[in-house]
Design a protein around this ligand. Structure first.
Ligand SMILES: [Zn+2]
Length: 302
């Protein structure tokens, strides 16, 4: 009874105890920002489950149900989510879609000349774009401002709440960016060997040369010849760490590290986190700070 009275009192006042704005995101980096800005005022759902490798995702019928109830569907790019157009079309939710790749600074995908399979440029939609733009803190700041603007547009009543969240979050992002900016001026060997080409935006920001084991997606397997080539590169370029990533196999990285007599460590593209990390409040900033420490060691920065 009491519950009923409270509920109707809230209704009379025009205040709802339940979040009114329903947002669905595709990948974790987008989710991380909506979570910070939207807080308790937004009901948030991420399509790609925690703990899985984000490139190989296929939506389920249950995802379609969640999506049909959302007010906004934030996607990251055609290159990262080639499956999305079909869903958007079948649910007729074109007017709810917000494509973040239209707002950030994009770079082209690296030429994958060591990976045999050749495409002529522009074969497929979005193919030439490097989809990992959130790995640049500059882009992450743009994403934060863009998402905050979008949420305020859809729910202007809570403008102040969202703006305060944005300011608090941006303060943390900017302070991490400052750490990157300072450290990256002090490196002895600005070269990294990573599992897949997820760090191109970071590499561009700080004039770092990125070598990768498997190209633009984590699961494509290099040939024996390509592995031999990477071992040669590791030795020639003075690489001291071969980086693997947590949601893909470390096998090839282990082989290269063994043959080149260097250490192996994980570097996270922040494409996803585990469910446990999400519960513990470990997210994008934590990952990027950990990455910074590992990158500093790998490139001999102070
Ligand atoms: Zn990736």
């Amino acid at each position: 009874m009491l519950k009923k009275i409270v509920a109707s009192a809230l209704l009379v006042c025009g205040v709802s105890a339940v979040a009114e704005l329903k947002v669905t995101t595709t990948i974790y980096p987008l989710y991380s920002i909506v979570k910070e800005i939207g807080g308790k005022k937004v009901e948030l759902n991420n399509l790609i489950p925690f703990g899985v490798e984000a490139h190989g995702f296929d939506p389920t019928p249950n995802d379609m149900v969640k999506l049909s109830k959302s007010d906004i569907f934030i996607v990251s790019s055609d290159a990262m989510e080639p499956w999305k157009d079909k869903i958007i079309h079948s649910l007729k939710i074109e007017d709810k879609v917000f494509d973040m790749s239209k707002y950030v600074k994009l770079r082209e995908a690296e030429e994958e000349e060591t990976h045999g399979h050749e495409h002529s440029k522009g074969d497929h939609k979005g193919e030439n774009i490097d989809p990992h733009y959130w790995v640049s803190l500059n882009n992450y700041i743009i994403m934060t401002n863009t998402i905050s603007k979008l949420i305020i547009e859809k729910d202007p009543q809570n403008k102040e709440y969202y703006e305060k969240n944005r300011e608090n979050f941006l303060e943390k992002v900017n302070s991490l960016k400052l750490k990157y900016d300072i450290s990256m001026q002090t490196c002895a060997n600005k070269k990294i060997l990573v599992n897949h080409d997820a760090f191109g935006y970071f590499a561009d920001d700080y004039s770092v040369k990125q070598y990768s084991i498997s190209g633009m997606t984590p699961e494509s397997k290099p040939s024996a010849k390509q592995i031999a080539e990477l071992i040669k590169i590791a030795k020639k370029e003075g690489i001291n760490t071969v980086f693997f990533e947590e949601f893909a196999s470390p096998k090839v990285a282990q082989t290269i590290a063994q043959e080149a007599h260097v250490k192996i460590d994980s570097l996270r593209p922040a494409e996803n986190i585990s469910a446990q990390e999400n519960e513990q409040g470990i997210g994008y900033l934590h990952i990027m700070e950990e990455n910074l420490n590992k990158l500093k060691f790998a490139m001999g920065c102070k």
